[in-house]
Design a protein around this ligand. Structure first.
Ligand code: F6R
Length: 612
């Protein structure tokens, strides 16, 4: 949520900042701006996408070796040019970019106004840059100290970078609750919200921790202090990410590329963890906490959005296979409702980005109450894997499309392995049964490959659904969370109102919506509830609803009732969400294309939700 990039070195800053903003655009695309220091600070900003900024800046002098850039997801103030970052101090000598929310900005603003500060925007960020200016002038301190003192006065979340005319060889970055990473190049430095704008130039990065302030001096390098003035030693990580992972690789959209990457990303999420021949499963993070896990009376799983749907799949898995009670919680509700968590409870937090503010807060709460917290996260080094006791990475690779696809199936792949590990270690399944599941799991990437071949048939379905303003998605058992996820995908990228429901629940209300205009997508694969699902489909047909069915290869009964259908390969019901979610992802993609929607950057959304 909001992308930050900054550069200091020997090169021209502007092209690096623009390229960085394009890579970060998935984090927010309401407005974009850069500030570059030559002899003065030059600020260029525009409402809308990075392209608007590029078009505007092309006729101007953008020269300079130090600069900051920002792509915004609006919180305070409309997404217009006035509110776009960077924001400047009264004397225009300091510029700032910010990701997060300064919660006490209103009283600070009032106080600063009384002291003569005038504000040009509606943002909380502008208050922060004026505060830094005010502190520096009144306390006669250097910029770093002014930033440190100012940050002690604000509450809320921030990742910031500060540029000052009077400090032409320095950049200052700080974080609390929003991510910030420093790239250590050869006589050049980068600061960014994540590693995507940096990877092209260096693999050596330092992740800042909460309440840390980094001073980057072009000639003296990086030094870090906390806002409480403690000196910290930077720890340099080596990135494993490859540049190609951040590019479209011939696909029209990142989302399509990521859908088609799934055979590989699912495989990567189990690689090195399972041995089907021996019937063995290795989960490093879980092994360390074997006693806690096998003795847990219950497991709480918390997440948001698509990751919450993966949590629902996990509820079925853990209860079914490991026979341990599971509760699934929206992180945003869990953190505020004084939940009962006891020492000995296990909490699993799921997040693609590893930065979701509500999920992070839920983790902190669970830790305070004595739970052992596991993370299932995709982004290596993000805040969530660093805040949890242990966990497992999903290895899906960078997900750039705002609608989550390969991250979901990678999460489910890891959760299946966690459930199997626990089931085996608790004695709920024996080694022979574990081995059979592992053989089936190994077969999944090929089945996903086959499911991807349904694209032609999906396009035909999409043509009908694209004309509708509503859709229902129905499933039972393991297919119920898949129905929720299918509906979310459709609404977020094609803006069609879609609801996911447990199929049997339909008759308790939503059935009133069904008429000849209502497309009903049914997940009717061969599983333990197939016959029940057939009855539910009949209920839809009886009300003239249009049935679009996902069925198992060779199906006869549902096909005979459906208006259109897509076949997917057979697989054990516990693993089926990995395959049945594929045609639904493709369906939402094609519907969005037909409706001329921006598939990778749907309106109002951002990839990484770092505000609550
Ligand atoms: C939907 C989507 C969101 C995220 C949610 C949680 O396609 O991407 O619903 O799943 O914002 O994000 P993470 O998984 O990063 O915590």
């Amino acid at each position: 949520m909001c992308g930050i990039v900054a550069y200091i070195g020997n090169k021209e800053a502007y092209p690096i900042l623009i390229k960085g903003l394009e890579r970060l655009e998935y984090r927010g695309y309401d407005s974009a701006g850069v500030a570059i220091l030559e002899s003065e600070i030059k600020v260029f900003k525009r409402a809308g996408k990075v392209q608007e900024l590029k078009d505007y800046a092309s006729g101007h002098n953008t020269a300079g070796n130090i600069g900051i850039g920002h792509t915004r997801w609006a919180t305070h103030g409309e997404p217009n040019e006035r509110n776009a970052h960077p924001h400047s101090s009264s004397d225009s000598n300091i510029a700032i970019i910010h990701n997060g929310i300064i919660e006490n900005y209103a009283p600070l603003k009032e106080e600063l106004k009384k002291r003569g500060h005038e504000f040009l925007s509606d943002t909380d960020t502008e208050v922060l840059v004026h505060l830094i200016e005010d502190v520096q002038k009144n306390n006669n301190v250097d910029l770093f100290e002014a930033v440190r003192i100012a940050l002690n006065e604000v509450t809320g979340a921030y990742a910031i970078v500060v540029l000052s005319k009077d400090n032409p060889n320095q950049l200052i970055g700080a974080r609390k609750g929003s991510p910030l990473v420093v790239g250590m190049g050869n006589e050049e430095f980068f600061i960014a919200s994540d590693a995507t704008p940096i990877i092209e130039y260096t693999k050596n990065v330092v992740y800042l921790d909460d309440e840390e302030i980094a001073l980057i001096d072009r000639y003296n390098g990086l030094s870090i202090k906390t806002i409480a003035n403690q000196i910290k030693t930077p720890y340099v990580h080596e990135l494993e990410m490859q540049l190609e992972m951040l590019e479209k690789g011939g696909y029209e959209h990142f989302m399509l590329k990521e859908i088609y990457e799934q055979p590989r990303s699912i495989y990567d999420s189990m690689r090195g963890r399972i041995d089907s021949k021996r019937g063995d499963i290795y989960m490093g993070g879980m092994l360390e906490y074997k006693n806690v896990l096998t003795n847990a009376d219950r497991i709480i799983i918390t997440a948001c959005g698509t990751s919450w749907h993966a949590a629902l799949v996990a509820e079925y898995l853990f209860e079914d296979l490991a026979r341990v009670p599971v509760e699934v919680e929206y992180a945003s509700e869990f953190r505020y409702r004084n939940p009962i968590i006891n020492p000995g409870d296990v909490v699993i937090a799921i997040s693609q980005s590893g930065e979701t503010a509500d999920t992070l807060a839920a983790i902190e709460l669970a830790k305070q109450k004595g739970a052992t917290v596991f993370g299932v996260c995709n982004v290596v080094g993000a805040s969530i894997p660093r805040a949890t006791h242990a966990g497992a990475y999903t290895h899906a690779g960078p997900e750039i499309g705002v609608a989550s696809t390969k991250a979901f199936t990678a999460q489910v792949t890891v959760l299946i392995q966690m459930a199997l590990w626990l089931a085996y270690n608790k004695g709920a399944i024996n080694q022979a049964k574990l081995a059979r599941y592992l053989v089936e799991l190994e077969a999944i990437p090929a089945k996903v490959e086959e499911a991807l071949k349904s694209a032609e048939e999906v396009e035909k379905m999409a043509k009908i659904i694209a004309r509708s303003e509503n859709a229902l998605y129905l499933g039972r058992g393991y297919n119920f969370p898949v129905a929720l996820e299918g509906a979310l995908k459709l609404k977020e990228i094609s803006y069609i109102h879609a609801e996911g429901y447990p199929a049997a629940e339909m008759k308790h209300g939503p059935i009133a919506l069904i008429d000849e205009n209502m497309p009903v997508v049914v997940l009717a694969t061969k599983n333990s509830q197939y016959d029940k699902m057939v009855s539910n489909i009949q209920e839809v047909k009886a009300r003239k609803g249009k049935v679009f069915a996902i069925v198992t290869k060779g199906d006869v009964e549902v096909k005979a009732m459906a208006d259109r259908w897509i076949e997917i390969p057979d697989c054990p019901e516990e693993l089926s969400p990995l395959v049945s979610s594929i045609p639904l992802q493709l369906l939402s993609y094609h519907v969005a294309l037909l409706r001329d929607c921006n598939v990778d950057q749907p309106r109002n959304l951002a990839k990484s939700v770092t505000v609550e």
